[in-house]
Design a protein around this ligand. Structure first.
Ligand SMILES: Cc1cc2nc3c(=O)[nH]c(=O)nc-3n(C[C@H](O)[C@H](O)[C@H](O)COP(=O)(O)O)c2cc1C
Length: 255
């Protein structure tokens, strides 16, 4: 797309002057800006509230740890009445030959592969990914890179989003992975919903190794990938699903 062009069709109006290299938005147009970002533009409040709250859990996983968290998160979200939950995978970008050499787990057939366009159907999205050098795996980044059309339409703006993650090791980047993912959500105008300390006292316990944090559910795979999510990690994941679904449902009710 022509990002420099003066008629860039961004849904919420003109792009700022520093992007377009043209004079600032005229006052009259600028005044319309808040009106244009009304949530009700996505669909009417009446038609949306009549439907269930759709939560999409969208993940990438090479060896299955993130996939396991996704299932647990679904369990929690499913426990909220009026919520409809679907678990999706993002497209793989590596060739079969490479995946074979990495001993990657086969993609789960019960989790269909999502397209960028389908993302717009959700009322809230929880994104899960393994860490690669302290940030999200390239497969998830490639998926976000395919959402330019949704960005242009503002199709995800105002929708709540959360994240969950896996790293090989403690200190391997759980929080940097979550934080760097926030840039993706921000550019779409999505509302980052961290889990905070809402899971209670267990989050303060120091008696065992556990992934996850106020940023979201997490697990440690171990340097060789042999560690599986612990009960405490699964409990936070389930809680995140429930907590997030509750927030998404409330938001849907008011917009
Ligand atoms: C290229 C590469 C880079 C990685 N970088 C990190 C890292 O920075 N920190 C870390 O703790 N683990 C790192 N890992 C380990 C993965 O994060 C870990 O295997 C993954 O979280 C397991 O999740 P999965 O079973 O869902 O694929 C890396 C793995 C690969 C293949």
């Amino acid at each position: 797309e022509n990002l420099q062009g003066s008629s860039f069709p961004y849904k919420y109006g003109s792009l700022p002057a520093f992007v377009l290299h043209q004079p600032p938005i005229p006052q009259e147009e600028a005044k319309q800006f808040p009106k244009q970002i009304s949530f009700t533009q996505q669909s009417s409040a009446a038609s949306r509230s009549a439907m269930a709250t759709k939560i999409y859990i969208v993940y990438y996983s090479t060896w299955g740890h993130v996939a396991t968290l996704a299932e647990e998160i679904k369990k929690g979200a499913d426990s909220v009445p009026g919520v409809e939950v679907t678990v999706w995978r993002v497209p793989e970008t590596l060739p079969e030959e490479v995946l074979g050499k990495m001993h990657a787990a086969p993609g789960r057939e019960d989790h269909p592969v999502i397209t960028a366009r389908q993302l717009a159907e959700a009322d809230g999205v929880l994104f899960g990914f393994p860490t690669r050098f302290g940030m999200m795996a390239a497969q998830m980044k490639a998926f976000f890179d395919s959402t330019g059309g949704l960005w242009q339409e503002g199709a995800l703006a105002g929708k709540p989003a959360g994240v969950f993650f896996a790293t090989g090791t403690q200190g391997g980047g759980q929080e940097t992975t979550a934080l760097t993912a926030v840039t993706q959500l921000t550019h779409h105008g999505m509302l980052f919903v961290p889990v905070g300390y809402t899971h209670g006292a267990g989050m303060f316990a120091m008696d065992e190794v556990k992934g996850g944090s106020p940023y979201g559910a997490g697990t440690f795979a171990g340097a060789d990938g042999s560690r599986t999510p612990t009960d405490a990690e699964l409990a936070l994941a389930e809680h995140q699903g429930k907590y997030f679904a509750g927030i998404a449902k409330k938001l849907k009710a008011v917009v």
